[in-house]
Design a protein around this ligand. Structure first.
Ligand SMILES: C[S@@+](CC[C@H](N)C(=O)[O-])C[C@H]1O[C@@H](n2cnc3c(N)ncnc32)[C@H](O)[C@@H]1O
Length: 245
Protein backbone atom coordinates (compact mmCIF):
# COMPACT_ATOMS: atom_id res chain seq x y z
CA UNK A 1 0.00 0.00 0.00
CA UNK A 2 1.39 3.43 -1.01
CA UNK A 3 0.61 6.33 1.34
CA UNK A 4 -0.01 9.72 -0.32
CA UNK A 5 2.82 12.22 0.04
CA UNK A 6 3.60 13.88 2.52
CA UNK A 7 1.97 11.39 4.91
CA UNK A 8 5.00 9.04 4.90
CA UNK A 9 7.28 11.92 5.88
CA UNK A 10 4.95 13.05 8.68
CA UNK A 11 4.73 9.48 10.05
CA UNK A 12 8.52 9.14 10.02
CA UNK A 13 8.94 12.48 11.84
CA UNK A 14 6.39 11.35 14.47
CA UNK A 15 8.33 8.10 14.90
CA UNK A 16 11.58 10.05 15.40
CA UNK A 17 9.91 12.33 17.94
CA UNK A 18 8.53 9.28 19.82
CA UNK A 19 12.06 7.82 20.00
CA UNK A 20 13.41 11.19 21.16
CA UNK A 21 10.79 11.45 23.95
CA UNK A 22 11.49 7.88 25.06
CA UNK A 23 15.29 8.33 25.12
CA UNK A 24 15.57 11.87 26.44
CA UNK A 25 15.01 10.95 30.14
CA UNK A 26 17.69 8.24 30.01
CA UNK A 27 20.33 9.60 27.61
CA UNK A 28 22.33 12.80 27.16
CA UNK A 29 20.88 15.22 24.55
CA UNK A 30 23.37 14.37 21.77
CA UNK A 31 23.06 10.55 21.72
CA UNK A 32 19.29 10.86 22.18
CA UNK A 33 19.08 13.18 19.15
CA UNK A 34 21.28 10.94 17.00
CA UNK A 35 19.41 7.74 17.85
CA UNK A 36 16.08 9.49 17.26
CA UNK A 37 17.29 10.82 13.87
CA UNK A 38 18.43 7.34 12.77
CA UNK A 39 14.99 5.92 11.78
CA UNK A 40 14.45 9.01 9.61
CA UNK A 41 17.77 8.52 7.81
CA UNK A 42 17.14 4.81 7.24
CA UNK A 43 13.48 5.15 6.20
CA UNK A 44 14.45 7.89 3.75
CA UNK A 45 15.93 5.06 1.63
CA UNK A 46 12.38 4.21 0.62
CA UNK A 47 11.56 7.67 -0.76
CA UNK A 48 11.47 8.04 -4.53
CA UNK A 49 13.13 11.44 -5.10
CA UNK A 50 16.19 13.10 -3.62
CA UNK A 51 14.17 15.97 -2.17
CA UNK A 52 11.75 13.57 -0.47
CA UNK A 53 14.69 11.63 0.98
CA UNK A 54 16.12 14.88 2.36
CA UNK A 55 12.77 15.89 3.86
CA UNK A 56 12.17 12.48 5.45
CA UNK A 57 15.67 12.34 6.93
CA UNK A 58 16.17 15.94 8.01
CA UNK A 59 12.63 16.86 9.10
CA UNK A 60 13.13 15.58 12.63
CA UNK A 61 16.49 17.25 13.43
CA UNK A 62 15.25 20.49 11.87
CA UNK A 63 12.04 20.48 13.89
CA UNK A 64 14.00 19.62 17.04
CA UNK A 65 16.36 22.55 16.41
CA UNK A 66 13.45 24.92 15.77
CA UNK A 67 11.60 23.73 18.88
CA UNK A 68 14.53 24.84 21.05
CA UNK A 69 13.75 21.97 23.42
CA UNK A 70 17.30 20.55 23.35
CA UNK A 71 20.49 22.43 24.15
CA UNK A 72 23.19 21.22 21.75
CA UNK A 73 26.36 22.84 20.41
CA UNK A 74 25.99 24.26 16.87
CA UNK A 75 28.25 21.56 15.31
CA UNK A 76 26.01 18.79 16.68
CA UNK A 77 23.33 19.70 14.11
CA UNK A 78 25.73 18.68 11.32
CA UNK A 79 25.81 15.08 12.56
CA UNK A 80 22.43 14.05 11.04
CA UNK A 81 23.71 15.46 7.74
CA UNK A 82 26.88 13.38 8.16
CA UNK A 83 24.72 10.26 8.72
CA UNK A 84 22.90 11.08 5.52
CA UNK A 85 26.15 11.39 3.55
CA UNK A 86 27.18 7.96 4.84
CA UNK A 87 23.97 6.41 3.55
CA UNK A 88 23.95 8.43 0.31
CA UNK A 89 27.40 9.29 -0.98
CA UNK A 90 27.11 12.55 -2.86
CA UNK A 91 26.48 11.44 -6.45
CA UNK A 92 23.87 8.84 -5.52
CA UNK A 93 21.31 11.64 -5.01
CA UNK A 94 20.68 11.69 -8.75
CA UNK A 95 20.63 7.88 -9.15
CA UNK A 96 17.95 5.33 -8.44
CA UNK A 97 16.56 5.14 -4.91
CA UNK A 98 16.32 1.85 -3.06
CA UNK A 99 13.44 -0.16 -4.45
CA UNK A 100 13.97 -3.88 -3.82
CA UNK A 101 13.33 -6.44 -6.55
CA UNK A 102 10.09 -8.25 -5.56
CA UNK A 103 10.78 -11.83 -4.45
CA UNK A 104 9.04 -13.50 -7.47
CA UNK A 105 9.99 -10.84 -10.03
CA UNK A 106 12.51 -12.99 -11.92
CA UNK A 107 10.53 -16.26 -11.93
CA UNK A 108 11.01 -17.89 -15.34
CA UNK A 109 14.15 -15.89 -16.23
CA UNK A 110 16.44 -18.92 -16.33
CA UNK A 111 14.26 -20.53 -19.04
CA UNK A 112 14.33 -17.39 -21.22
CA UNK A 113 17.98 -16.47 -20.60
CA UNK A 114 19.88 -19.69 -19.83
CA UNK A 115 23.38 -19.49 -18.34
CA UNK A 116 26.03 -22.20 -17.96
CA UNK A 117 27.09 -23.28 -14.44
CA UNK A 118 29.68 -20.89 -13.02
CA UNK A 119 28.56 -17.95 -15.17
CA UNK A 120 29.40 -14.53 -13.72
CA UNK A 121 26.32 -12.38 -13.02
CA UNK A 122 26.36 -8.76 -11.83
CA UNK A 123 23.57 -6.89 -10.04
CA UNK A 124 24.48 -3.28 -10.85
CA UNK A 125 23.29 -1.25 -7.87
CA UNK A 126 22.51 -4.22 -5.63
CA UNK A 127 20.92 -2.28 -2.74
CA UNK A 128 20.09 -4.64 0.11
CA UNK A 129 20.46 -7.76 -2.06
CA UNK A 130 16.87 -8.55 -3.04
CA UNK A 131 17.88 -8.73 -6.70
CA UNK A 132 20.81 -11.02 -5.83
CA UNK A 133 18.46 -13.35 -3.96
CA UNK A 134 16.00 -13.44 -6.87
CA UNK A 135 18.92 -14.15 -9.25
CA UNK A 136 20.18 -16.91 -7.00
CA UNK A 137 16.77 -18.60 -7.10
CA UNK A 138 17.06 -18.62 -10.92
CA UNK A 139 20.75 -19.42 -11.26
CA UNK A 140 21.81 -21.43 -8.19
CA UNK A 141 25.12 -22.41 -9.85
CA UNK A 142 26.07 -18.94 -11.10
CA UNK A 143 28.74 -16.80 -9.45
CA UNK A 144 26.81 -13.76 -8.27
CA UNK A 145 28.36 -10.33 -7.79
CA UNK A 146 26.88 -7.04 -6.60
CA UNK A 147 28.16 -3.49 -6.76
CA UNK A 148 26.48 -0.79 -4.68
CA UNK A 149 27.39 2.87 -4.35
CA UNK A 150 26.11 3.42 -0.79
CA UNK A 151 28.67 2.04 1.71
CA UNK A 152 25.97 1.31 4.28
CA UNK A 153 23.78 -0.59 1.81
CA UNK A 154 26.83 -2.45 0.48
CA UNK A 155 27.72 -3.54 4.02
CA UNK A 156 24.17 -4.67 4.80
CA UNK A 157 23.94 -6.47 1.45
CA UNK A 158 27.21 -8.29 2.12
CA UNK A 159 25.77 -9.51 5.44
CA UNK A 160 22.45 -10.59 3.86
CA UNK A 161 23.96 -12.23 0.78
CA UNK A 162 26.96 -14.24 1.92
CA UNK A 163 26.63 -16.36 -1.23
CA UNK A 164 27.57 -13.33 -3.40
CA UNK A 165 30.65 -11.12 -3.83
CA UNK A 166 29.41 -7.64 -2.92
CA UNK A 167 31.53 -4.50 -3.28
CA UNK A 168 31.00 -0.81 -2.66
CA UNK A 169 31.52 0.97 -5.96
CA UNK A 170 30.06 2.62 -9.03
CA UNK A 171 28.21 0.38 -11.46
CA UNK A 172 29.31 2.66 -14.34
CA UNK A 173 32.99 2.18 -13.47
CA UNK A 174 32.62 -1.61 -13.54
CA UNK A 175 33.72 -3.46 -16.72
CA UNK A 176 30.65 -5.37 -17.91
CA UNK A 177 32.81 -7.43 -20.32
CA UNK A 178 33.51 -9.84 -17.45
CA UNK A 179 29.86 -10.80 -16.95
CA UNK A 180 27.61 -13.20 -18.84
CA UNK A 181 24.62 -11.35 -17.37
CA UNK A 182 24.17 -7.85 -15.99
CA UNK A 183 20.98 -7.24 -14.05
CA UNK A 184 19.67 -3.72 -13.45
CA UNK A 185 16.76 -2.22 -11.54
CA UNK A 186 17.50 1.46 -11.98
CA UNK A 187 15.59 4.40 -13.47
CA UNK A 188 14.06 5.23 -16.88
CA UNK A 189 16.61 8.07 -17.29
CA UNK A 190 19.48 5.62 -16.80
CA UNK A 191 18.58 3.18 -19.55
CA UNK A 192 20.17 4.99 -22.51
CA UNK A 193 23.49 5.01 -20.66
CA UNK A 194 23.06 1.33 -19.76
CA UNK A 195 22.38 0.48 -23.40
CA UNK A 196 25.50 2.31 -24.62
CA UNK A 197 27.66 0.64 -21.98
CA UNK A 198 26.25 -2.81 -22.72
CA UNK A 199 26.87 -2.41 -26.49
CA UNK A 200 30.40 -1.18 -25.89
CA UNK A 201 31.46 -3.76 -23.34
CA UNK A 202 29.32 -6.88 -23.19
CA UNK A 203 30.35 -9.91 -25.22
CA UNK A 204 28.10 -11.44 -27.91
CA UNK A 205 25.64 -13.88 -26.41
CA UNK A 206 25.70 -12.30 -22.94
CA UNK A 207 22.53 -10.93 -21.38
CA UNK A 208 21.39 -7.56 -20.06
CA UNK A 209 18.26 -7.87 -17.92
CA UNK A 210 16.35 -4.84 -16.71
CA UNK A 211 13.47 -4.88 -14.30
CA UNK A 212 10.69 -2.40 -15.12
CA UNK A 213 12.56 -0.17 -17.58
CA UNK A 214 13.23 -1.03 -21.22
CA UNK A 215 16.28 0.09 -23.20
CA UNK A 216 15.18 3.01 -25.39
CA UNK A 217 17.12 1.97 -28.51
CA UNK A 218 17.29 -1.84 -28.63
CA UNK A 219 14.41 -4.29 -29.14
CA UNK A 220 14.10 -6.81 -26.32
CA UNK A 221 15.00 -10.39 -27.25
CA UNK A 222 12.56 -11.68 -24.66
CA UNK A 223 10.37 -10.31 -21.92
CA UNK A 224 8.53 -11.61 -18.91
CA UNK A 225 5.21 -9.81 -18.68
CA UNK A 226 4.16 -7.92 -15.60
CA UNK A 227 1.89 -9.91 -13.28
CA UNK A 228 0.60 -8.96 -9.82
CA UNK A 229 3.20 -11.31 -8.27
CA UNK A 230 6.06 -10.14 -10.46
CA UNK A 231 5.21 -6.45 -10.03
CA UNK A 232 7.04 -5.30 -13.21
CA UNK A 233 7.94 -6.37 -16.73
CA UNK A 234 11.35 -8.02 -17.04
CA UNK A 235 13.18 -6.83 -20.20
CA UNK A 236 15.76 -9.30 -21.55
CA UNK A 237 18.42 -8.37 -24.14
CA UNK A 238 20.89 -10.74 -25.75
CA UNK A 239 24.01 -8.98 -27.00
CA UNK A 240 24.32 -9.48 -30.74
CA UNK A 241 27.67 -10.10 -32.46
CA UNK A 242 27.62 -6.88 -34.52
CA UNK A 243 27.29 -4.66 -31.43
CA UNK A 244 30.31 -6.16 -29.68
CA UNK A 245 33.45 -4.07 -29.83
C1 LIG B 1 16.06 0.30 -7.32
S1 LIG B 1 17.41 -0.13 -6.26
C2 LIG B 1 17.65 -1.81 -6.73
C3 LIG B 1 18.37 -2.61 -5.67
C4 LIG B 1 18.63 -4.08 -6.07
N1 LIG B 1 19.29 -4.17 -7.36
C5 LIG B 1 17.37 -4.86 -6.14
O1 LIG B 1 16.92 -5.08 -7.26
O2 LIG B 1 16.81 -5.23 -5.10
C6 LIG B 1 18.76 0.74 -7.03
C7 LIG B 1 20.05 0.69 -6.27
O3 LIG B 1 21.09 1.16 -7.12
C8 LIG B 1 22.02 1.88 -6.33
N2 LIG B 1 22.77 2.74 -7.25
C9 LIG B 1 22.29 3.82 -7.92
N3 LIG B 1 23.26 4.35 -8.69
C10 LIG B 1 24.37 3.57 -8.51
C11 LIG B 1 25.69 3.60 -9.05
N4 LIG B 1 26.06 4.54 -9.94
N5 LIG B 1 26.56 2.64 -8.66
C12 LIG B 1 26.20 1.68 -7.78
N6 LIG B 1 24.96 1.63 -7.21
C13 LIG B 1 24.06 2.54 -7.58
C14 LIG B 1 21.16 2.62 -5.33
O4 LIG B 1 21.91 3.01 -4.19
C15 LIG B 1 20.10 1.56 -5.01
O5 LIG B 1 20.51 0.77 -3.94
Amino acid sequence: MRLPWPLPAVLVWLLCWAVQMALRPVLAPLPAMLLAALPGVLLSLLAAHWWRRALVALGFPLSLALSGSTALPAWAWLLPVAMLVLVYPLHSWRDAPLFPTPIRALDGLAQRAPLPPGALVLDGGCGLGHGLRALRAQYPRARLCGVEWSPLLALLCRLRCRFARVRQGDLWAEDWRDYQMVYLFQRPETMARASAKARAEMLPGSWLVSLAFALPDMPASEKLDETPRRGHTVWIYRMPAEDAV
